[in-house]
Each structure stands twice: as C-alpha cells, then as structure tokens.
Design a protein around this ligand. Structure first.
Ligand SMILES: Cc1ncc(C[n+]2csc(CCOP(=O)(O)OP(=O)(O)O)c2C)c(N)n1
Ligand SMILES: CC(=O)[C@@H](O)[C@H](O)COP(=O)(O)O
Ligand SMILES: [Mg+2]
Length: 619
C-alpha cells in the first residue's frame, strides 16, 4: 500500500500552487510512489513519467494552468499531469475500457491543452496557441514540453524555424534524458550530449585562453577564434541561431533550480528555450536500470519489477523480426530501417546481427521512406519496419518518392488494425484505404504467422513498392515453417466451401470469418492480397453465392472491401455485397479483442451481421 498523505489533499493545480515550495520534494516522492503502484496495476508508460515528476510539478506551480497552456509532446509522460489535474482516482482506469486515456485529450480535461500520441507536434501547437493569444490580446502563456527523442523529427524543426522569427512569449522546454524509446540516435543527440558536457566547453575555453596569452598582435584574432569555438560549442548555439533565448542545461530533478528558472523565464518576452536534463525512470531502480523496458510496460510486481508474462505465442512482430534475419542471411542487399521503433518493430536481433545494415533514423518517418527510396535507386533492398499509424506521417514520401518511381521499397507495417490500450492515436485503421489508391503498390495482409512469413518474402522479392500489414500481438500460435518461399502474387485461397454466402476475408479477419462460417455454412476466401486482388476467385465466388461479405480490420471507407466492390462493378456482376470492417468513427482505447467485438468483427458479430443481411436478400 502506498502512503501519499500530501498528494491525497491535492485535486487541482491551484491547490498545488497554495503549497510552500518546501513541500514539493515530499510531493515528488509521493508522486513516484503513486505512479509505480498505479502503473503496476494498469500497465503503461512508466519510465518517462518517473523522469518528469519535478518538471511537471514545477510547470503547474509556476504557470497558471489551465489558463496557461502546457502542450506535452507525445503525451506518454503526462501521468503526473493527470494526477495533479483531478484524475488521481481515475488513474486506476488508465488505458482500461471506459477509463482515462494514456495520452492528453482535450475532451478529457480542460488541462489537456492539446491531444497527442504522435510525436513532435508540441512546438507547432503551442506556437499556434501563442499566436492566437496575441491575436486575441490575451496574456495567456503557451509552453511546449518536448523530449530529446521527439526533437529529432523534422516537424519540431519546422516549428522552431517558424517560432524563432516571432516575438511571441512561447516557451519550449526540452526534456533531455538521452533516451528515445531505445537510446536516442543521430547528430542532434550528439550535439545535445555536448551541450550537457561542461567538460567539453571548459576544455575549449582553456584552449582559447592559451591562444589569448600568446602575443598581442594576434590577440584580436585569437579572441575571434575563441568566439568561433564558443560558437560551435557554447550551450544553446543551435537554438539561439533559431532565434530562441536558450537557457540551460539545468537539472530537471532540482526543484529549486526549476522553480527559479521558470519564474525568471515568465518575466521574459520572445521565444524561450529551456534545456532540462532528466533521468528516464528516475526513482524506481528497475526503470532506471532498464528505461527501455519500462518505457511501456504491462502489469508488473512493483516489489520486483517483474512484468506479467505473455501467452508465449510468437507475436507477428517476432515473426517479422526472425524473417528479416533469415532474409538478410539469404540476400546481402537487404537493409532494415526503423524510425525509432527498434523494440516495437522487432528489430533488436537484426540490429545485433547486422549492425551495418541496420538504420535507426530517429523519429523521422518521412525521412525513413525517402532514405529507403535513395537506397533502392542504387540497388540496395530496404525494408522499412513501421507502425501503420506512424506511416501516416510519410504518405507523400511514399507516393512521390517511392511509388511514383516504382522503387522496390518494402514496408513491413506493424500494428495494423486496433491496438488496444493506446487507443485511436495509435490504431492502424486506415492503411489499406490510403495505400490501395496508390499506383504500383503491392499490398498483402496475412491471415496467420506462416502466411505472414511467405508474404514478407513475396513482397521483398517483388520489383516495386510493397507492403505487408499485420496486427499487434500474436496469431493462433501455428508452428512456424522456416522456409523463405514466396506466394503467387494476386492469388487468394478458398479456405472453406459453403453455400449462399461467401466471406471474402483479409488478414486478421480470416480466423473469425472461419469461425462464423461454421454456423452459417458459408464459404471463406483468404484473399491474401489487397492489391492486386484475385479477380478470378472473386468472379467465381460472386457467380456461385447469393451474398458476398467482405471482412477487414481497416476502415470500411476505402478499404479492401471497397476494392472488392469496385472489381465486381467492373466485372459487371451484380451480386449483393456486405462490407464489414471498422466503422466511420475513432474507437476508444481498451482491450483489443473487446474493441474488435464492439465493432462486430468477432465470430459472433460477423454471424449476426450476415444473418441480418440475408433476411434482406430477394428470394
Ligand atoms: C510520429 C511518431 N513516431 C514514433 C512514435 C513512438 N514513440 C513514442 S515515444 C517515443 C520516444 C520519445 O522519446 P522522447 O521524446 O525523448 O521522450 P522520452 O520517452 O524519452 O520521455 C517514440 C519513438 C510516436 N509516438 N510518434
Ligand atoms: C507512446 C508511443 O507512441 C509508444 O510508446 C507506443 O505506445 C508503443 O506502442 P506498442 O506498445 O504497441 O509498441
Ligand atoms: Mg527522451
């Protein structure tokens, strides 16, 4: 049991602001205790929250929230913010069905200034708010809180570029913990590390002093040389060049320093950039030791840190990761690319076995695609492992740089369909709709693990842009066949022969379709390919059944079923078609299987929908 006597008295930031500064260290300790206990029951993004306890306290203490707006980047580090803004009790339902979301949501609280989940939007949104306050003659303040990982995205720099030419009192707080989900990467990360290293600056300064003492005639030159050196290494240079007043780095766990600095910044005009250094996982030993593991953790025992076991079945992510290593062994041209999702996309083993062929490009989905396009131009065979939801960021790059040039870039699209606890920001509900309309694309949707492996090979061997999309979690747990045999492109397979009704199923919905078909005595086709569709199979099914039912874990609008309807119309076959898939609404977070059932996409829901539709058929 946690004891949090001070925290228990606080339900609003106004109450927090009534405390004496001396009370805050105790509150920080209680918050950490509460966080660990609470997340151990619900699962969630623990390490980032432990690292931002003091920063969150200080921001709410100094700024007048909710009048002043705090815009959190990604939003996975907002549990303390939620606790302090009236949602302490609701934390028991964090990310659970009917409970509060794992990210800020405007509909959830007036303190959630901006809805997030995807990274690197905070500076743009806060700049928009600051400009709105200016337009409206309001003295409200806007603060963006962005991590060093999120800072690697182009969008963050687009916003800095815009903000730095204004006089707006925008505050950007860089929460630098030297970690993304895995260790942060890239030149910017190296630069931030240099800013944090006092030693580096001190050494450069000593070198400058030496030059200064040599001889008077070169004194001025040396001074300029020193300034130049300082220009390269002095903390803040890059952000100052962008037009910000740079402050820091400061210790993000020292409340006195945080409060003083924020109070001072509040008096300043123009764009301000505060560099805060924190430790991811701070205060909970297992998370400090392994911040990557506790970035997003399932339920765990707080005493030991040991997380609850999965069902032991290999996930599609693992199937992909193993396939990638096998394919890399078979074809030396293969390289693997991830936009900052090494663990989530199943690339850990590949990164260890093929470090020279592994590229973590940072949170840079757009760059990942065009980088892959460049590689493909020169005969290297890139596989971009990417979550469906994050691929949305790189849509133009996919169309303009990859597909238009018909380049053999392969997308391994994970988290396709509903993802559960992360909710609508992370659901992969749209990829079939937005991929299907792009010329030259090959799109495959495996129905089980072995088919996944074979479709991955098929896509990799295809001489053009290709995508294989598979869901979060595991399939039925079929024994995996080790080969690297492709499947015939554009050929589906009839899995069950029935009468009257044909279930035309894609990917993850083949299994519930097969279950529903038993009760309905329906035929079931596993289409395997969304593009090109198996037209012969469709024609055959349409001519021999009274009703075709398309099934997909994707938005019905524009999805695979829409492709089937278009194909049938072109064939001139007037068979009735029922489309089952994700509805035209954002689906709330919860348990993935229950969410799917809520959309009528489990076996019972499918059976029910089909029976209802059959009654409407002409005799
Ligand atoms: C566009 C986009 N790509 C990838 C992700 C997945 N993601 C969530 S948090 C995160 C790391 C963020 O690192 P940082 O901003 O430094 O925050 P920290 O976890 O270190 O607190 C990543 C890659 C995302 N949410 N959005
Ligand atoms: C905040 C974020 O974007 C990631 O941490 C995401 O929650 C990971 O999702 P998975 O758990 O599906 O890898
Ligand atoms: Mg970080």
């Amino acid at each position: 049991m946690t004891t949090t006597p001070l925290l228990d008295t606080l339900d609003t930031p106004a109450a927090l602001r009534a405390l004496a500064p001396d009370d805050l260290p105790q509150l920080a300790a209680e918050l950490r205790e509460f966080l660990v206990e609470s997340v151990s029951h619900t699962g969630g993004h623990l390490a980032s929250n432990l690292g931002t306890v003091e920063l969150t306290l200080a921001l709410h203490y100094v700024f007048d929230t909710p009048t002043d707006r705090i815009v959190w980047d990604v939003g996975h580090q907002t549990y303390v913010h939620k606790i302090l803004t009236g949602r302490r009790a609701a934390m028991a339902g964090l990310r659970q069905p009917g409970g509060i979301a794992g990210f800020p949501r405007r509909a959830e609280s007036e303190y959630d200034a901006f809805g997030v989940g995807h990274s690197s939007t905070s500076i743009s949104a806060a700049l928009g708010m600051a400009e709105a306050f200016h337009q409206l003659g309001s003295s409200q303040r806007a603060v963006a809180v962005i991590g060093d990982g999120a800072m690697t995205a182009g969008m963050a720099f687009e916003a800095l570029n815009n903000a730095g030419t204004t006089d707006l009192p925008l505050l950007v707080v860089l929460n630098d913990n030297d970690m993304s989900i895995s260790p942060n990467v890239g030149a910017l990360n190296n630069y931030l590390a240099r800013l944090m290293s006092g030693k580096f600056y001190a050494a450069a300064r000593r070198a400058g002093e030496k030059v200064l003492s040599v001889a008077p005639p070169i004194r001025e030159l040396a001074k300029r040389a020193e300034e130049h050196m300082k220009g390269m290494v002095t903390p803040g240079t890059l952000f100052e060049e962008f037009g910000f007043n740079y402050i820091g780095p400061i210790d993000g766990h020292d409340l006195d320093v945080l409060l003083d600095t924020l109070h001072n910044i509040k008096q300043l005009s123009g764009p301000q950039f505060l560099h805060v250094v924190t430790k991811k996982g701070k205060g909970y030993k297992p998370a400090e030791a392994n911040p990557c593991l506790y970035h997003g953790v399932s339920r765990f025992d707080p005493a030991t840190g040991v997380a609850e076991k999965s069902d032991g079945k290999p996930t599609y992510t693992q199937v992909f990761g193993d396939w990638l290593c096998d394919m890399a062994a078979a074809d030396t041209r293969l390289v693997g690319i991830t936009p900052a999702m090494r663990e989530g996309s199943g690339l850990v083993r590949f990164s260890q076995e093929y470090p020279k062929r592994y590229f973590d490009v940072g949170i840079a989905e757009q760059h990942a695609l065009t980088f892959a396009a460049g590689l493909a131009c020169e005969g290297v065979k890139p596989v971009v492992a990417i979550y469906s939801t994050f691929l949305q960021r790189a849509y133009d790059q996919l169309i303009h740089d990859v597909a238009l040039q018909d380049l053999p870039v392969m997308l391994a699209i994970d988290r396709a369909g509903l993802v559960g606890a992360d909710g609508p920001t992370h659901a992969g509900s749209f990829d079939l709709s937005f991929l299907r309309c792009i010329p030259n694309m090959l799109i495959a949707a495996p129905s089980d693990e072995n088919e996944c492996r074979r479709l991955l090979t098929t896509a990799f061997l295809h001489d053009g842009p290709s995508a294989v999309r598979y869901p979060r979690g595991s399939g039925a747990g079929a024994a995996l066949e080790p080969g690297l045999d492709p499947l015939e492109i554009g050929r589906g397979v009839l899995r069950r022969s029935g009468r009257d009704v044909a279930l035309v199923a894609f990917g993850s919905l083949v299994a519930p379709a097969l279950a529903a078909a038993e009760a309905l005595d329906a035929s079931v086709a596993d289409m395997r390919f969304v593009k090109p569709l198996d037209i012969d199979l469709l024609r055959e099914l349409a001519q021999s059944h009274r009703l075709l039912v398309t099934l997909e874990e994707n938005a019905v609008a524009g999805g695979a079923g829409a492709g089937v309807a278009e194909a049938l119309a072109e064939l001139g076959i007037p068979v009735p078609v029922l489309h089952l898939g994700l509805p035209d609404t954002f689906i709330e977070h919860g348990n993935a299987a229950r969410m799917l059932a809520g959309c009528g996409l489990d076996a019972a829901g499918i059976e029910q929908a089909v029976r209802r539709r059959i009654t409407l058929l002409p005799e």
